[in-house]
Design a protein around this ligand. Structure first.
Ligand code: SAM
Length: 367
């Protein structure tokens, strides 16, 4: 990103507060973000056959509907459960408040890459609920790259871009997944024959096949899907509707810790498991006990969610696969971490614990 302008979290908060009296907070966040999404898709030519001259709530809904229809993976954008604006009309005046913010705040991509990076940051800035109750927090690019250097890169060298499988089981709006997508797309085999069918199309399809994500928040999951397709279409210079519908987008909305039916969460199948899962304690006591029962090997006392996520991430890795997790170091200081350190981490083939002051990167392999 090269723009000097930055997104103001205060301006986003103020906007949501101003809209809340009219439509409630969920719809306020939904409308505010959808207007940004529509601006992004339109500015980058990602949505085809638009009706002309639109500016207002109807136009936003029209373009969002067109996006949802443009690829099967984007159907959740038409689902009121994921996108509450469908059940809550907004006034023209309310819509104009939103449009005013996005007319000056940076939301479209201005570099050579279209990847919707700022849309992720905008969702974090707009949704206090995503930040506070689900710990949505964008992974800084250098951390995502470090995690991928240490996990996905060796896996790519080991099994190649045709076969590699990575997952982020708490993928948020997709910063790590989009970075992983580029790694797979651009990978060149060392000491081996080049990949067969070395066209841009084939490398994009291969990258989509390799990256997998899950998030509890259906809108964050939908946004990740959009970002992967926007990145793909941006490279090809086409609208999303022109992409083959057979190209997979493997991102699901699910509780990664408790959902036992989600196919993306089948254990033991990933070469690289990478994530920045939440470090909060679970607010709801019932869910907290359910997770404790599902992960008795790590959960003790007032455990942080980072601990069951380490157990989940280790289970998702195949034998010999690598896990790379950004986590908090509270487990090193508090009683709940004793069992995790002494009985769980000690059984992993732990390669790195990097602790730059507060947060830690834990890297390991299941034995
Ligand atoms: C720190 S953010 C992830 C950032 C993301 N990996 C990125 O690339 O920027 C943590 C995410 O965990 C998700 N989350 C929280 N509990 C979860 C659960 N039980 N299952 C799946 N995702 C969960 C939140 O919705 C949030 O998006």
């Amino acid at each position: 990103m090269s723009s000097a302008a930055t997104l103001s979290p205060r301006a986003c908060e103020r906007l949501v507060a101003d809209l809340t009296s009219e439509i409630g907070v969920r719809a306020a966040v939904s409308w505010a973000h959808a207007v940004a999404l529509v601006k992004h898709a339109t500015a980058h030519g990602l949505v085809a056959s638009l009706r002309r001259g639109g500016a207002g709530p109807d136009h936003t809904r029209h373009v969002l509907g067109a996006l949802a229809a443009s690829h099967p993976a984007l159907e959740p954008l038409a689902d009121p459960q994921a996108v509450p604006l469908w059940g809550s009309p907004i006034s023209q005046a309310g819509w104009e408040l939103i449009a005013r913010l996005w007319s000056t705040a940076p939301i479209v991509d201005d570099g050579h890459r279209v990847d919707g990076y700022r849309l992720g940051d905008a969702y974090q800035a707009l949704s206090a609920d995503a930040r506070k109750s689900r710990a949505l927090c964008q992974t800084p690019p250098w951390v995502a790259e470090l995690l991928l250097d240490l996990s996905l890169e060796p896996a790519l060298d080991d099994v190649g871009a045709d076969r590699v499988r990575m997952i982020d089981p708490a993928c948020g709006t997709g910063h790590i997944l989009v970075a992983a997508f580029h790694r797979v797309r651009a990978h060149r085999p060392r000491g081996r024959a080049p990949y067969a069918g070395a066209t841009a199309e084939r490398s994009l399809e291969r990258a989509l096949q390799a990256v997998h994500g899950v998030d509890l928040d259906p809108y964050a999951a939908a946004l990740t899907r959009y970002r992967l397709l926007a990145t793909t279409a941006g490279i090809l210079g086409s609208p999303i509707a022109a992409l083959p519908t057979s190209w997979p987008v493997r991102v699901a909305a699910a509780d990664a810790l408790l959902n036992t039916d989600e196919p993306l969460l089948h254990r033991g199948r990933y070469d690289a498991v990478v994530g920045n899962p939440p470090y909060i304690t679970v607010p709801d006591p019932q869910t907290r006990e359910q997770i404790r029962r599902a992960y008795p090997q790590v959960c003790s006392g007032k455990y942080s969610l980072a601990l069951p996520f380490t157990a989940l991430m280790t289970e998702l890795a195949r034998p010999g696969g690598t896990v790379a997790q950004l986590t908090a170091n509270s487990f090193m200081k508090r009683e709940f971490g004793k069992k995790y350190i002494e009985q769980y981490l000690s059984r992993l083939d732990l390669v790195w614990v990097i602790d730059p002051q507060r947060t830690s990167l834990v890297m390991g392999r299941p034995r």
